[in-house]
Design a protein around this ligand. Structure first.
Ligand code: SF4
Length: 248
């Protein structure tokens, strides 16, 4: 098993051409996902907090509504940011390590494939997988045990492996009509669309019965199962619930 973290992509964002980097972290203590390769998609030229505050995170998050609105403040992240990823933790730490030259580059299909070989792999632990060319992900997951992945991009480039993120029932129905599976954030349990969605078993409301490594439901169409929903969670869950209610 590969036991070092590597840069798997360092080049232009597929969203807007700005410089980004994708780093595969082979060891992580994430309690929700369990033991999986995590992938961090970051602006390579701006630290994650500044990128959030200034809106430069569009290069890695696209138009996701949870990234918030750019702010004129001198510090902190974007106004009304509701993303559950805390930028102070892994994204900031990985960015600093990248700048210190800690990570080597995994060059080519075989080297990237080896990182994900027989492992669970999460595409976009932070950042949207759509920002990185598909061929990088195809190499990383080509020998993987299982994959979890989500995109807020209106065009899901790899529905076979990536769940389409939905913030409203309308968005979910639209994705289903295109044959995609969805991962939808809902404001309360009664918003679950029975017959089409199941509740994420790692959520508080489901009793935290699983980790992604034991559940494996979020692998796009390669998993023959219903779509998934989760009640808004994380530090900004109140704000997120409000946004979702307003946008249904
Ligand atoms: S449904 Fe399963 S794979 Fe998806 S986020 Fe929840 S625990 Fe992870």
């Amino acid at each position: 098993m590969v036991n070092k973290s590597y840069i798997i992509y360092d080049g232009p964002s597929q969203i807007d051409g700005s410089p980004i980097v994708a780093i595969a972290q082979v060891k992580s203590g994430n309690r929700k996902t369990g033991d999986m390769v995590q992938t961090w998609i970051l602006r390579s030229d701006v630290d994650p907090i500044t990128a959030s505050r200034t809106g430069a995170d569009s290069s890695i998050c696209g138009d996701c509504m949870h990234k918030g609105k750019p702010s004129n403040k001198a510090t902190g992240w974007a106004k009304d940011r509701t993303c559950y990823v805390n930028l102070l933790f892994a994204p900031n730490g990985v960015f600093k390590a990248y700048n210190r030259g800690v990570y080597e580059v995994a060059q080519g299909h075989d080297a990237i494939r080896a990182i994900g070989l027989l492992r669970g792999v999460r595409l976009g632990s932070y950042g949207d997988p759509c920002a990185v060319p598909n061929y990088i992900w195809e190499s990383l997951i080509s020998g993987a045990d299982f994959v979890t992945a989500y995109t807020h991009n209106p065009t899901n480039p790899m529905p076979q492996n990536i769940m389409t993120s939905a913030d409203t029932a309308t968005q979910a129905h639209s994705a289903w009509s295109r044959g995609e599976r969805t991962f939808r954030v809902i404001s309360s349990l009664d918003k679950l669309i029975k017959g089409r969605e199941v509740l994420c078993p790692a959520s508080d409301e489901a009793g935290n019965r699983a980790t992604c490594a034991s559940c494996k439901l979020c692998g796009g169409n390669s998993v023959k199962a219903k779509s998934v929903a989760i009640v808004a969670h994380g530090a900004s869950k109140r704000k997120a619930k409000q946004m979702i209610k307003e946008s249904v």
